[in-house]
Design a protein around this ligand. Sequence first.
Ligand code: GSH
Length: 208
Amino acid sequence: MILIGQYDSSFVRRVGIALRLYGIPFEHRPWSVFGDAENIRAFNPLTRVPTLVLDDGDVIVDSASILDHIDSLVPVDRALHPRQEPDRRRAMRITALAAGLADKAVALFYEKRLHEAVSQTWADRCRRQIRDTLAALEADRAARPGPFWFGERIGHADIAVAASIRHMRESHPDLAGLDAFPALAAHCARLEALPVFVEISQPFVPPA
Ligand SMILES: N[C@@H](CCC(=O)N[C@@H](CS)C(=O)NCC(=O)O)C(=O)O
């Protein structure tokens, strides 16, 4: 399979890390959504990443759909997402909050970078959404003493939070750091030190 997109996207990085943790071989095409738009469009009319091209030629778009597919390729006991309730919905909540935070960081970046006149209303709304989501994630993580969010094993929720926060901090150095969120800071530091996070990573590159 082919994973399209650069690892400075938290969405692409989440997929790359999950594939590596599952031991699923893949080819990586680090195409930029701006500089390589035509290449991406040939596979995905949305011109978005991540885009996953399967060996039979089928194309899956959107990280949630991609992760759902690759989860189905591994035995239940190796899955990075719990299959039983209530663990499943709790992990989904954290994963969705982290993905939403990344959506807001991307939206804020595009607003500042691509609009001639930045909408202060929209930018303030994005900043508030990011701040409130960090606070919610901090409260949840602080209440869980384990090495990972849901215990002894890494899961999609762990990866999503660390990848989203790394992207947020690099794309918005002007946003407050993690001083007010010590549990999240510790979580991110632990994950970013893992070999798979070091390997599947790329410093943030603003669109040209
Ligand atoms: N909901 C999507 C969001 C992916 C996303 O926002 N990707 C960005 C890069 S970080 C992108 O493709 N931006 C180009 C665009 O939206 O036009 C997912 O989970 O895959």
